[in-house]
Design a protein around this ligand. Sequence first.
Ligand code: C2O
Ligand code: CU
Length: 479
Amino acid sequence: RRLLLQGAVGAGGLIALGGLGAARSMVSAAAPPVKGSLNKLFIPLPAHATTELTAAPGLTDLGGGSMGMALLYNGHLPGPTFVVPKGQLVSVPFTNGLDAPTTVHWHGLIVPTAADGQPHDAIVPKSSYLYQFTVNQRAGMSWYHPHPHLATASQVAYGLAGGFIIRDDVEDALNLPSDPYEVPLVIRDANVDKAGNLSYNGKASGFTGSIALVNGTRDAQLEVDRTWYRFRILIGSNSRLFNLTLSSGASFRLIGNDGGLLPTAVDVLAMELSPGERVDVLVDCTGIGAGETVNLVDTNSGWTLLRLTGTGALNAPTSVGRIPADGDALCVDIPTLVAPADVTRRTFSFDGMTRINGLVYDMDRISFEVPENTVEEWVFRTNGNAPHPVHIHGASFQVVSRTGGRRKLFEWEAGWKDTVLLHDRETVTVRIRFDGGHRGRYLMHCHKLEHEDAGMMLNFMVVDPNAQLGASPAAYDTA
Ligand code: C2O
Ligand code: CU
C-alpha cells in the first residue's frame, strides 16, 4: 500500500493527513481501543551505523491493535533506535517518502553542517540523501527528527522521531543493565481523531495533545522482572513539559542526561523536563511483585505514562551489573569549561513566541560568528511566553547558573547539555565551546517546536579563530 501525505497547507506548514482511501478502510476495520485497557509498550527496533532510513506516512499501532495514520521512520513510531559505538562512521541513506520537504536532524550529535539536517538542506519528496558523520563524542542518548523550514512541529507531531544511543568504554565499564533491562522511553503527547489517526492543531503558542504516548503506545504497560531497569528517557513532545515521578514515591537514580553520564549518580524524586531533553535513570523494580504495578506519572497533567507491572520473575544475576549507589562516581571524563578573562558573552532574549533578540528567523541571516575551540558564555533571558527549552546545534554546553524564577540548577543539568529549560523570569548562563572540528552554519532555537517554526531561531557560523570575523549584528550585545 502506498499512502501519500497531502501537501503542506497554510503559513504554519501544517500537513493534513487526509484522503487515505486504502488506509481508511484498514482503520475502520481495526478494533476500537478498549477504555481502560493496557497496551504492551512498543520497543523501537534496533538500527546501526548504516541502516537505511525512510520517512513516509503509514499505519501504526498506537496500542492494543488500534491502528492510526501517522508519519513514520521505517514504518514505525518511534523510528528505530540507532546504537553506535564511539568512533564509528555513520552513513545513513535517507529517503523522503513524504509529500513535503523534510530533513533529518541528529539532535545532540556533533556533526558537520552538511549532515546536520538544517532547514537549508531540505530533501525534496521522492529523493534521497546520505547523512554521513563520525561519532566523536562520549556515550549518551541523542535523537533524530525532521527540521524542515516552517514544518518541523507538524512532522514531529505526526510521528517522526527516533533515538540514537552512543556506547563507549567508560560507560561499558559500569556494566549497567542492558537489553531487555535497558529500555528507551520516548515520551510525548498527541491528539487522535475519531478515525484513530494522529491529528495536529498546533499554533504559534504551542500544542498540547490530549493523550500521552510512550514509544508510540497509549496506556502503555511494561512487564518488569524483579531487578533494576535502565530507562533512557527522551521528551519528544512538541511543547508540553513533563514532571516525572514514580507512583510508589520512590526515587529515580539519575545517572545521565543529554550529553551522557553525570559525574555522580544522584537520587531524585521528580524531574521537570522539556521538549528535547533526555535523562538516563535506574529504577529499582526489585520490590514489584507479580501483578503489582508502579506507575511512571506526569504530575503536570496527572497522566499515568507507563505502568510497570511485575512478572515476579527474578532476573538472572549476571545480566545486570552492580547498580551505582546514590552519590557514587560514574565517570571522570567531564572537564569543566573555564571562561577566559576576556570571555565573549552573548545575550539572547527569547521574546514572545516568535523572536530572539527582536528578530524572527531568517534562513539567510547569519546572526554572529563564533571562533571554534574558544569558550564563550551565552546568556538566555525570556521576555514573555516562557517556558522556552533552548537548544543549540554543533556543540554541547555546561549550564553555569540560573537566576530568577527557580533560581537553582537541577541535578539533570550537570555535565553536558544541548537543551536547557528557561522558565519565566529566569536567566540561564551556559558555557560552550565549538570543538567538534566542524566549521560552518549551526542553529540555536527554542525547542518548543511551534515557537521554532514561528521564528524563534537563528543561524550562527562557527569560524576559524584566526580568520577575520565579520561584524556581529548590533542586535547582539557581545561584551
Ligand atoms: Cu531537536 Cu534544532 O532541534
Ligand atoms: Cu519558546
